[in-house]
Design a protein around this ligand. Structure first.
Ligand code: COA
Length: 156
């Protein structure tokens, strides 16, 4: 079975990677859909975000990483997937995910979303925390995958 794991991934963190590892035990194929999200003015351009995810997930079977710039349900349908995976870290994520699910279901109710929780030790990590630490030259090696840390060091 094929699923889409979507996000901006600016940058991918250990929490995201944990979700990818969990999902890979359920689905044969996972397309990691990296939203351009230009309105969020990402710190890393789309090719850097794709490269970081490819490096981080190299040892997980069945993963491909694809950038997208259209509606998620259209991207899922065009890629032959009817499941969207999202991570929920805390109740704070719940309301946002609920509204996204309502929006996506209103556009295409043949596509289902499923929610996975990352390990407790990753539940406080967010991409914006990592970006803030990068901005102030703080330590991030405990928050992002090893290969991503190496790439981020090379950008500093
Ligand atoms: N570990 C760590 N962080 C996590 C996480 C996890 N397991 N799960 C979520 N997050 C964090 C991210 O780091 C990010 O943090 P930040 O806000 O501090 O940067 C935050 O949760 C949410 O980011 P992300 O999961 O990347 O999702 P997003 O909200 O940026 O992306 C899209 C959402 C791109 C999937 C969504 O906007 C979309 O589908 N866009 C296409 C247009 C569309 O179809 N819209 C819906 C219908 S109108």
């Amino acid at each position: 079975m094929k699923a889409i794991y979507s996000g901006t991934f600016d940058p991918i963190t250990n929490g995201h990677l944990d979700i990818i590892e969990r999902a890979s035990k359920i689905f044969d194929t996972i397309i990691i859909a990296v939203a351009t999200s230009s309105s969020k003015k990402p710190m890393f351009d789309i090719s850097q975000r794709v490269e970081m995810i490819e490096k981080a997930s190299v040892n997980i079977n069945g993963i491909s990483v694809v950038a997208f710039d259209n509606l998620l349900v259209d991207f899922a349908r065009d890629n032959g997937a009817n499941t969207i995976i999202r991570g929920i870290r805390s109740v704070g994520d719940f309301e946002y995910e609920q509204s996204m699910d309502y929006a996506n279901s209103s556009l295409d109710n043949s596509i289902e979303s499923i929610y996975l929780m990352p390990k407790l030790k990753y539940s406080y990590i967010s991409s914006s925390l990592v970006r803030t630490l990068i901005e102030f030259n703080g330590k991030i090696s405990h928050l992002v995958p090893l290969e991503v840390n190496k790439l981020l060091e090379s950008y500093r």
